[in-house]
Design a protein around this ligand. Structure first.
Ligand code: PMP
Length: 421
């Protein structure tokens, strides 16, 4: 038995399903998880001593690569001064300023500890600000695991086919209205029949049904409809923030939402989320306003140091170059798989892509669900056997980073060339 298998057995006795986040269990690809001992650059080393080329990158945060020396030094320097104060510190002001400077729609920002907290708090703020209860979300959109968002969610909820989830009161999700991604007319119909919509929440580039880009005019249409109906537009940029461009998807597409949710990259690999937006809305949060939201560890100095070092390094990076490398790489991967007679559809933006095992265009959750799960599982297992670490679900993105070398990408392509179906 491998060390990973031994650890998984031990884990399953004391942790539900043996994991602290469901997708990690690798159930839908009929595998057991690999336990990771360490990570450096584009590589993971498993507890069994295998080195893998990583295309998950902690689900997005590690855009600079694992254990970047300057980020590691910043964390160590902060740790030497104390790990938590529960009081204001200089680093949280500096990170807030860096976020405000970078993201067009953010005048003020509040730090929290995860993407889930960011979206949950942004929705509470939107409700408090508008005095309405409803929220429009999209099928296959994932916004963390707060109750309101667990209706037709993507990511692990989609992978495991959990219909919503037990434990969420119907009274809560009856305020959640669903539309299909890229279907503006559906959003318009909801607004016309329901006067109670506080906000539309959307991943400006969907990443949790696999990667699905916004159709031309979709984000513009959401901006116009929310304005027309007095609702807020919330961009969930937990994946896309500082990745689709330094200023996020909103900078890339030139659309300013009222509120923005961030996570992943702004924590540089430590647990951080944030939500920010227009000053007059953000000032409604306690203690300047009455909408309550708090956190013992929020603004934690280690997390702030990691985030700040990460953003400072990212500001000088060649995003266009990485996007171009990712396009060439994912296109070659598509061609290799198509050459084997497989049905494939590829979506890619910046350093994100998904290969869907279907020939039909993937523009929303139903079309993403047409992907052949059996083919995906076989592809996943064969790539893993050859040292390439992909997300263990067809409803996720692959992530590249600034440190994936030509040699890494070529090795991954060789693994795909060797696969048999
Ligand atoms: N929003 C989006 C778009 C996400 O992708 C995620 C997590 N993958 C979340 C919110 C939730 O973030 P977290 O897992 O940090 O709670």
């Amino acid at each position: 038995m491998s060390v990973s298998q031994e650890l998984f057995q031990q884990a399953a006795r004391v942790i539900p399903g043996g994991v602290n986040s469901p997708v990690r269990a690798c159930k839908s690809v009929q595998c057991e998880p690999l336990f990771i001992a360490s990570a450096q650059g584009s590589r993971l080393t498993t507890e069994d001593g295998r080195e893998m080329i990583d295309f998950v990158m902690s689900w997005g945060p590690m855009l600079l690569g694992h254990n970047h020396p300057e980020v590691a030094t910043a964390i160590a320097a902060a740790a030497a001064k104390g790990t938590s104060f529960g009081a204001p510190c200089r680093l949280e002001v500096e990170l807030a300023q860096a976020v405000v400077d970078a993201v067009p729609g953010i005048d003020m920002v509040r730090m929290v500890n995860s993407g889930t907290e960011a979206t949950m708090s942004a929705l509470r703020l939107a409700r408090g600000y508008t005095g309405r209860n409803g929220v429009i979300k999209f099928h296959g959109g994932y916004h963390g695991h707060a109750d309101s968002f667990l209706a037709s969610a993507g990511s692990g909820v989609a992978t495991q086919s959990i219909p919503g989830t037990p434990g969420v009161p119907e009274d809560v999700v009856r305020h959640t209205h669903l539309a299909h991604y890229n279907d503006l007319e559906a959003v318009r119909r909801i607004f016309e029949t329901c006067g109670d919509v506080a906000a539309v929440i959307v991943e400006p580039v969907a990443g949790n049904m696999g990667l699905v880009p916004p159709a031309p005019g979709f984000l513009e249409g959401l901006r116009a409809l929310t304005r027309e109906h007095g609702a807020l537009l919330i961009f969930d940029e937990v994946i896309t923030g500082f990745r689709v461009s330094f200023g996020g998807a909103q900078a890339a597409f030139g659309i300013e939402p009222d509120l923005t949710c961030l996570g992943k990259i702004i924590g540089g690999g430590l647990p951080v989320g944030a939500y920010g937006g227009r000053r007059e809305i953000m000032e409604k949060i306690a203690p300047s306003g009455t909408v309550y939201q708090a956190g013992t560890l929020s603004g934690n100095p280690l997390a702030m140091a990691a985030g700040l070092a990460t953003l400072r390094l990212l500001a000088g990076q060649d995003y266009a170059g990485l996007a171009a490398r990712t396009e060439v790489f994912s296109l070659e991967l598509e061609n290799i798989l198509r050459g084997k007679g497989l049905p494939v559809w590829r979506n890619q933006i910046a350093s994100l892509f998904t290969i869907f095992f279907t020939e039909m265009p993937v523009t929303d959750f139903p079309s993403a669900q047409k992907g052949d799960a059996r083919l995906f599982a076989s592809f996943y297992r064969q790539m893993r056997e050859r040292g390439v670490y992909l997300a263990p679900s067809g409803f996720e993105c692959a992530f590249t980073s600034f440190v994936h070398s030509e040699q890494d990408l070529e090795r991954a392509l060789d693994a795909a060339r060797a696969a048999r179906f």
